[in-house]
Design a protein around this ligand. Structure first.
Ligand SMILES: Nc1ncnc2c1ncn2[C@@H]1O[C@H](COP(=O)(O)OP(=O)(O)OP(=O)(O)O)[C@@H](O)[C@H]1O
Length: 646
């Protein structure tokens, strides 16, 4: 979708070939609404509406039928006034009354049927969009996730979908119905009394001009309000996720003030919208009221002069009264369209983020989806089998050949996070990666399972470039545990297995290897104990052990451990080290190590500095040959130590 999104992207550096930098919306970068995108944005909803089109069309037809019945009522009234009332025939008046009653009841019934008819399609459309949104975010590269503030993603997948729901149920149905009602009503008025009709309909051209002017200012205002509301969601998420830090550092007051300012911003944006809509609606209503009043006075004069029957005047004003709401609701309905378009625009901005597409199959799938305009489904099949058969078990050889990487949002003139990395880890070997903070260790670890792709160079498993494998295949061979273990709401077993297939003994063995068995079996319901959202009920060390068990249960060919022992006490660390040593013996491993104890797990050590490998060798070799390494591995001597002496 052509929008002015580029201006809202982060100040960016050249991008790697396979990732795209997403739009980052913050309070500083709220964008003006792209011009003239209302129709285009709303058209993009078509694929979601298509399968429900008959129900939606029937609902629109029913709404139109209700309007026609409403337009018929004044004609019945005219017949009653000019006929039975004028000729004093009470029985005929009752008949006319019954006809009006029938029309009123039918209109109410149609209203009820229409509401019921719309309920399921509306729910299905919203559910379908929600599912696509969630699936797409799962297939976005990590680099894309890095660029999206969480609240912006959340609000686009929730609030914006509700706005779209409101648009489909309201303006999308009623705008054409009101247009048709105005057309039919205008024809009736003109056929009855052309002069009065001209007066009553005079505001309509003004209304059209007003609508154009209204669009440009309101569409911008609604986009701004939705973006600010996304920022507000980010603020809420951050303040909930960081509540311990916030309280610990007594930042609550600051955050409350900042939040209040953001709320004020949203409030002002909403008020601005309300003012625009209020002004437009007030003008429309005033013009229409003025026109109807003029027609009433002129009509009354005509009746007094005998040029018009009372019944005709009543019918004329009745018809004008039916047209009144159709005219009066134009403003809110147009506003609903602009709200819907802005929400659709925000929704599709996420869906337009390119998903990971490297393998031929994935590219073909994405291209097909783009051609048909449908959302991109994740690949479900396997690649065509014209590649040499790969070994699928046992430790693999891992080679990094001239690997360079720069984060998409890094300063373009800054140094890359990794430069010219050349490493070979033999099958079954464990390589520790050490280096000062910020030297690129975690970045290096992230490249192995392709959470990011290198900008240059190759990573190979058993001689096969990982870029040529599907991520699913690669990740079935490579398992990673981060230093901040994330647990999902579910049982301990769910968290360890995470989709892996393992029987009870394999699960038990993984828990034992990670020394998680002792506390897991002590929990109220053992492995079936639910660990709350993010595993908040477990300690850092316990979470880390679950994350290790998660790696071990997969029996991967390559293991990447990002500081796996950081949250463990010395006793548990020693126990896990023994277990890890056994596990690491049966796999190829890259272990990011901050402490000598972790380094001792490894056969060799690679030292990083400024994103480059500056030394490789055994722990002892490096201690002898590299003063930087020796300094890195030597515990800092404290003043107290110095005073105590040797
Ligand atoms: N998502 C990101 N976007 C941009 N720059 C990043 C991102 N993540 C890390 N960096 C930068 O890349 C460099 C390497 O970071 P990395 O996290 O790999 O270092 P590290 O050696 O693991 O550090 P530590 O030991 O503190 O965990 C740092 O300069 C960091 O600021």
């Amino acid at each position: 979708m052509p929008t002015d999104r580029s201006s809202s992207r982060r100040a960016t550096s050249p991008r790697p070939a396979t990732v795209d930098t997403p739009q980052r919306m913050t309070e500083r970068t709220v964008q003006s609404a792209p011009k003239n995108v209302t129709i285009r944005s709303l058209r993009r909803l078509r694929p979601y509406l298509r399968s429900h089109r008959w129900k939606l069309r029937t609902a629109t037809a029913l709404a139109a039928l209700a309007s026609i019945l409403a337009l018929a009522m004044p004609q019945v009234l005219k017949w009653i006034v000019d006929g039975p009332v004028a000729h004093r025939e009470p029985s005929q008046v009752v008949l006319g009354g019954l006809a009006l009653l029938l029309l009123g009841v039918t209109e109410a019934l149609i209203f009820g049927v229409r509401r019921r008819l719309m309920a399921a399609p509306l729910a299905d459309i919203e559910a379908g969009m929600r599912a696509d949104f969630h699936r797409h975010t799962q297939w976005l590269p990590i680099a894309s996730h890095d660029g999206w503030p969480s609240g912006q993603l959340l609000s686009r997948g929730t609030t914006d979908l509700q706005v779209i729901h409101t648009f489909v149920s309201g303006p999308r149905t009623f705008l054409p119905v009101h247009a048709a009602t105005l057309g039919i009503g205008a024809a009736i008025l003109i056929s009855q009394q052309w002069l009065l009709a001209v007066i009553v309909l005079a505001p309509i051209p003004l209304l059209i001009i007003l609508s154009y002017r209204f669009e440009s200012s309101y569409a911008e205002a609604t986009r701004r309000a939705q973006d600010l509301s996304g920022d507000l969601t980010t603020a809420v998420l951050e303040s909930v996720a960081g509540i311990r830090v916030i309280k610990g550092f007594r930042r609550s007051e600051d955050l409350i003030n900042r939040f209040r300012n953001q709320v004020r911003g949203v409030r002002e944006a909403e008020l601005h919208k309300a003012r625009l809509l209020g002004d437009a609606s007030a003008l429309i209503t005033a013009l229409q009221g003025l026109a109807t009043a003029c027609a009433l006075v002129l009509g009354a004069i005509q009746v007094a002069h005998g040029h018009l029957s009372t019944g005709s005047l009543v019918a004329f004003l009745g018809t004008a009264a039916v047209l009144g709401p159709a005219v009066g609701q134009t403003g809110p309905l147009l506003a609903g369209c602009y709200d819907g378009a802005a929400a659709a625009n925000r929704f599709f901005e996420v869906l337009d983020e390119p998903v990971v597409t490297e393998t031929r199959l994935e590219i073909a799938t994405a291209d097909r989806a783009a051609d048909t305009g449908s959302s991109t489904d994740p690949p479900t099949a396997t690649e065509p089998d014209d590649t040499p058969r790969r070994r699928t078990q046992g430790p693999a050889e891992l080679v990094l050949d001239g690997v360079c990487f720069r984060y998409p949002d890094a300063a373009p003139d800054g140094p890359p996070a990794l430069s010219d990395i050349n490493l070979r880890i033999a099958p079954g070997e464990t390589l520790a990666v050490v280096g000062a903070t910020g030297s690129g260790k975690t970045t290096l670890a992230s490249l192995i399972p392709r959470l990011y792709d290198p900008l240059e160079g190759r990573i190979m498993l058993d001689g096969v470039e990982t870029a040529s494998m599907s991520r699913a295949e690669l990740r079935s061979m490579v398992a990673i545990a981060f230093d901040e273990p994330v647990l999902f709401s579910g049982t301990v077993m769910d968290n360890v297995l995470m989709g892996a297939e393992a029987d009870a003994s394999e699960l038990d063995s993984a828990l034992r290897s990670a020394h998680a068995d002792e506390f897991v079996y002590g929990l109220a319901e053992g492995i079936r104990t639910r660990v709350g959202e993010k595993g908040m009920s477990l300690s850092g060390g316990q979470r880390q052990r679950i994350a290790l068990a998660r790696v071990m249960v997969r029996r991967p060919r390559v293991v990447v451990l990002d500081d796996p022992l950081s949250a463990l006490d010395m006793r548990t660390e020693a126990q896990i080290q023994d277990a890890l040593r056994e596990v690491l013996a049966s796999t190829t491993a890259l272990v990011i190590a901050h402490r000598p104890s972790s380094v001792l797990l490894a056969d060799r050590v690679a030292m990083l500095a400024g994103g480059r490998v500056v030394a490789v060798g055994t722990h002892e070799e490096l201690l002898r040959t590299s003063p930087e390494y020796a300094a890195l591995m030597t515990p800092i001597e404290t003043a107290a130590d110095r005073e105590e002496g040797p």
